[in-house]
Design a protein around this ligand. Structure first.
Ligand SMILES: Cc1cc2nc3c(=O)[nH]c(=O)nc-3n(C[C@H](O)[C@H](O)[C@H](O)COP(=O)(O)O)c2cc1C
Length: 170
């Protein structure tokens, strides 16, 4: 796959369906350092406004290797790909970086903005600084049915709020 340079895009020009972009296209969350980073697929999350910042909300379960990188560093990226990369997204969402170097196996590459890793082959990249990490606990879930369906093993999510530093597109 060709590596390329992202062009910064003003957020005002970014037009998406906020209810479908993440849930249907999926995204890859990357975190870590130039020495070691990890990535996983995510389809739950959101984009919006908080504390007068343009933000991304991501939800990462305790068991994910990517969470170790998210917790140790100051930022993360969300990258979006075209339909031709669906198999790669499934791979990034079913194998853990604890067991395989997913980015190398997919013949993809990390690049860095402000030291934050992102996958260069993506169509769109959101570079985020971490503003908050909020563990979602059992007591926070108000609809009991959500607990049994989504957390049968107690593998709860942490919500990370990322302030968008840069949007890039090819
Ligand atoms: C379509 C899809 C969406 C996913 N969405 C999420 C998500 O939003 N949050 C999450 O914690 N895991 C999600 N996962 C699961 C992780 O991507 C998966 O457990 C991955 O192997 C974790 O990799 P890691 O251990 O290298 O971090 C999703 C998986 C798929 C296939």
């Amino acid at each position: 796959m060709l590596q390329h340079v992202f062009q910064p895009v003003p957020l005002d020009l970014y037009e998406i369906n906020p209810f479908r972009k993440i849930s249907e296209d999926w995204m890859v969350i990357s975190a870590g350092t130039e020495e070691k980073a990890n990535s996983m697929t995510a389809s739950w999350g959101g984009m919006g406004t908080l504390w007068n910042e343009d933000v991304v909300f991501i939800f990462v379960r305790e068991s994910r290797y990517t969470k170790e990188f998210l917790d140790k560093t100051d930022g993360f990226s969300c990258t979006f790909f075209g339909k031709e990369n669906r198999a790669m997204l499934k791979y990034f969402g079913s194998v853990s970086g604890r067991n395989e170097d997913k980015v190398a196996n997919a013949k993809m590459h990390y690049d860095y903005i402000d030291g934050i890793p992102y996958i260069n082959e993506a169509d769109t990249v959101l570079i985020c600084k971490k503003l908050a990490a909020v563990p979602i606990e059992k007591e926070h879930i108000l609809l009991p049915g959500l607990l049994s369906v989504n957390y049968p093993k107690g593998d709860y999510h942490t919500m990370y709020v990322g302030g968008v530093i840069q949007l890039g597109a090819r």
